[in-house]
Design a protein around this ligand. Structure first.
Ligand code: SF4
Ligand code: SF4
Length: 322
């Protein structure tokens, strides 16, 4: 594997994150996903390739971008911007030069070396807080060569690595990444296969199979690998007693010895603006946050059934009642 030439479809990174694993973390978001969750908080990562987005409502029609594009890819006719994607090399110069922030480059191809150098700048935070780097997305395991190479570099510097996965990837992809992974954060969203299909666009069959396979790998592996389960709490979808307790039963039957923590992640609507910018409808646009009582109910349902009740935690914000 030649590290320097490996690239990924990369969205961005988020520093000082406290909700993506232990300690203070830098989370990297890779593009591309196998699911289409109705509540997705990172819709821009569903699109695999980087892309240029024109926000017509911000555009002042100055044509700076037309002049600044080195490849002559942009034209403007009748107030409408046209970007010739067949010749655009996604260099981002037009977005940099736009005085109105009406052009936005979402994602880019990034080299493993460039990203590792950026991540290593945060080493001191990781060491002092017991944190590290979390690979998220989208689905990071869709780019296994890149994840494995980058995690290997981080492990050589004793930096903790976490993989945040939806589980719907070939096992061979996970096999490449796991040797360099300290923590897997595995999503279990819905136990009912039909509902899973309805809300995420895919059945949960392979996700459950992969989780059971992962459990076998963990039991055989001498090197420590920690497993967290994460369940997004989505009103009228996942946040029901039936679903939460079905997940608890599945964990009891298969994984209680391996799961260190089960996180119930509160719905949030901070991504509302992202959907507007992408020109996408979002059915949760007007959905309020859950209140403390609703979140506590979910935690109680889980704790009533799950054999390790003290490891069930709710994360995220609750709605403050007036
Ligand atoms: S530079 Fe920005 S504001 Fe000016 S025409 Fe291009 S997109 Fe619109
Ligand atoms: S991203 Fe670069 S190549 Fe593409 S339109 Fe903008 S300036 Fe031109």
């Amino acid at each position: 594997m030649e590290h320097d030439t490996l690239t990924a479809n990369y969205l961005h990174l988020q520093r000082l994150s406290t909700e993506d694993g232990p300690g203070i973390r830098t989370t990297i978001f890779l593009k591309g996903c196998t699911l289409r969750c109705a509540w997705c908080h990172n819709p821009e990562s569903m699109i695999t390739k980087p892309h240029l987005q024109w926000l017509s409502h911000l555009c002042i029609g100055c044509k700076t971008c037309v002049l600044s594009c080195p490849g002559g890819c942009i034209s403007m006719e009748n107030g409408k911007l046209r970007i010739d994607s067949s010749i655009c090399v996604l260099c981002g110069k037009c977005a940099e030069d736009c005085p109105a922030n009406a052009l936005e480059l979402l994602g880019k191809q990034i080299h493993v070396k460039e990203l590792s150098e950026e991540l290593l700048k945060d080493s001191v935070f990781f060491t002092q807080s017991g944190g590290g780097v979390t690979f998220s997305g989208g689905e990071p395991a869709l780019q296994p060569d890149f994840c494995a190479a980058l995690m290997k570099i981080l492990k050589e510097q004793n930096i903790h690595t976490a993989l945040d996965t939806c589980g719907l990837v070939p096992q061979s992809n996970l096999e490449m990444i796991l040797p360099y992974t300290d923590l897997v954060m595995y999503d279990l969203k819905l136990m009912d296969a039909q509902q899973h299909q309805q809300f995420t666009g895919a059945s949960n069959e392979r996700i459950l199979e992969n989780l059971l396979w992962l459990a076998q790998v963990m039991r055989k592996r001498s090197q420590k690998l920690t497993l967290w389960i994460r369940t997004p709490l989505i009103p009228n979808a996942t946040a029901s007693k039936e679903n939460v307790q079905a997940i608890a039963n599945f964990l009891n039957q298969n994984l209680t010895d391996l799961v260190e923590r089960w996180e119930l992640c509160a719905f949030n609507n901070l991504c509302r603006d992202k959907y507007v910018r992408l020109g996408m409808d979002w059915e949760y646009r007007d959905q309020a946050l859950m209140n403390r009582e609703e979140l506590d109910d979910c935690q109680q349902w889980a704790r009533q059934v799950y054999h390790k009740p003290n490891t069930v935690n709710v994360t995220g914000a609750a709605r403050v009642e007036e």
